[in-house]
Each structure stands twice: as structure tokens, then as C-alpha cells.
Design a protein around this ligand. Structure first.
Ligand code: TZP
Ligand code: MG
Length: 203
């Protein structure tokens, strides 16, 4: 597994119990290995507000040497000078994204073997696979695939995989045992103690 995928924190202001910058700082102190800015869905910021928050979070990551990814928004990748971008099946085509960003890290979401088959996963640096468990953080989440579904996809591609969806301290061990990286929104962003929560995910 690629090192930065070990504990990959994803969030936008809409996911946070506290101030997003504070949540991110605490998560970094707890030991996250990458961050993705995903300002999306109900109550998400847009326009200038989104860009400004992005700049502040980007700065925090830079100061701490944490790779900074942007979800989906190509323009924002430029504006924030992100280290990478994550795209879903319904977002920008990964061929286009790879063409504009030949040197950035690119992540691609995959939830089924069928999606994998029709995807240009060979253009990605890693796959985000899930939802492995039930999630409330994505309105249009696909069906839960379980650890078995995760392993089925892992077995088919020579790419590092980060698992997503409903991962918390109660089930993280199974994901670690499968050899996948762990990505998390709510277990950290909606925690009263983000730093401690990150530590509890470090099996
Ligand atoms: N893609 C599949 S599930 C999911 C995304 C973005 C949300 C994961 O959030 P949580 O709170 O860790 O279940
Ligand atoms: Mg997307």
C-alpha cells in the first residue's frame, strides 16, 4: 500500500462538528497521512467561500507535510496547487484529468467489479473502494460491498486501494487485515475528539 493511503482523512465544512481548520489540525496531530478537501452535498460552501476555506486547509497541510487532494473540482486543483485529485465514476473523465495533470496523484472511486472493468483505472495512482460499510456521509452512495467486495476489487488490479464508507474504530481492523488503506469522513470529522479518534484508527 502507498504510504499516504494509510489513514486518509476526507472532509468539508459540512462534515465538521467543530471548526474545519481545528478539526484538520487535530487530525494531523493524531497521525493522518493524507487529506482530501471534499466540500460537497447538503450545507456545503460554494464559490469564493469554498475557495477561501480550501486555501486555509491547504496551508495547514503544507505546513505539516500532509498530501492535499481535491475532490473532483479541476479548477480548484489549480487554485490550491493541490498534490492530487480524486474523481468518482460520475465526475470528470479520468482521461481528461490525467491529460491536464500528468504529474499529480489521481484517485478513482470504484464500487463494483463491473465499474472496474469499464474504468480507465490504469490512469489512476490509487483506487477508492466502497462503500465497504454503511455510510451517512454521501447522499448518493452505492450499495455496501463489505470486506469481500473490497477484496474482490483488490485482487484484480495492481493498484493501491484505500477503503471508504462507514469505517470507524469498530471495524477498522478488518480493513487493515485486508491490506487496504483506510479513508474516513465522519468518524473523525464528527468526533468530539478528532485527534484521539485518529489514534484509535491506527492499528
Ligand atoms: N464514497 C463512498 S462512501 C463515502 C464516499 C465519499 C462517504 C464516507 O464517509 P464516512 O463518514 O467515512 O462513512
Ligand atoms: Mg465525486
Amino acid at each position: 500500500m502507498t504510504d499516504y493511503l494509510h489513514t486518509y482523512f476526507i472532509m468539508g465544512s459540512q462534515n465538521c462538528r467543530g471548526n474545519p481548520e481545528e478539526v484538520l489540525k487535530q487530525a494531523i496531530h493524531g497521525g493522518i497521512t493524507a487529506f482530501q478537501f471534499r466540500e460537497k452535498g447538503t450545507n456545503a460552501k460554494s464559490g469564493e467561500e469554498k475557495v477561501e476555506l480550501g486555501h486555509r486547509l491547504r496551508r495547514i497541510c503544507k505546513d505539516h507535510g500532509i498530501p492535499f487532494f481535491v475532490n473532483d473540482d479541476i479548477e480548484l486543483v489549480y487554485q490550491l496547487e493541490a498534490d492530487g485529485v480524486h474523481v468518482g465514476q460520475d465526475d470528470r473523465d479520468i482521461r481528461e484529468v490525467r491529460e491536464v495533470f500528468p504529474d499529480l496523484q489521481i484517485g478513482l472511486s470504484v464500487s463494483t467489479e463491473e465499474e472496474l472493468r469499464v474504468s480507465r483505472w490504469d490512469l489512476a495512482d490509487y483506487l477508492g473502494v466502497g462503500p465497504v460499510f454503511k455510510t451517512s456521509s454521501k447522499d448518493d452512495a452505492k450499495e455496501v460491498i463489505g470486506i469481500q467486495g473490497l477484496q474482490a476489487i483488490q485482487g484484480q488490479v495492481p493498484l493501491p486501494v484505500v477503503a471508504i464508507g462507514g469505517i470507524d474504530e469498530s471495524n477498522v481492523q478488518a480493513v487493515r487485515e485486508a491490506g487496504a488503506g483506510v479513508s474516513v469522513i465522519s468518524a473523525i470529522a464528527d468526533s468530539e475528539q478528532p485527534e484521539e479518534e485518529v489514534r484509535r484508527l491506527q492499528l
